[in-house]
Design a protein around this ligand. Sequence first.
Ligand code: ADP
Length: 164
Amino acid sequence: MRTGLYPGTFDPVTHGHLDIFRRACTLVDRLVIGVAINRDKGPLFSLEERVEMVDSTCGAIAREMGVEIVVHPFENLLIHCAQDVGATVIIRGLRAVSDFEYEFQMVGMNRAMNDEIETVFLMADAEYQSIASKLVKEITRLDGDITKFVPPEVATALKAKYKR
Ligand code: ADP
């Protein structure tokens, strides 16, 4: 029984993330999606809202892929969270070269703390590779069309945030 942990801020969850959920399901028996509190990043959505959005979008993927998916909010160190949930693999998505340097450092430092947990990088389908939560928020704020980037319920939640 292999458990993988896919951590992120998911502010909000996008089709890029969903594509990685699906791909991660081919590698593990149980996928824990770790939703980071990430106060430093000043998320637009509260932790509860982000957990709810991930939860409501990953049920269909769990059924389709026949893998148990658990949504797990966390505030502690990633490597401790992985230990807490019994993960032997940490999954991260890679987009552009710009993601690489930070991820490279993370792997090195996480490995120094626990050498038994591997980090695996996955790339989304070409159609979703350029999607970034930050840009989706910016497009919504400027009244652009985000339907290609996020599931319908997330688009509705985003529009509601910026209407206020
Ligand atoms: P973080 O704060 O950890 O960067 P994000 O929610 O922005 O949280 O992203 C979580 C993970 O998903 C990261 O590994 C990120 O690289 C990956 N990711 C985000 N968008 C995409 C995408 N469009 N394609 C592939 N991976 C992605």
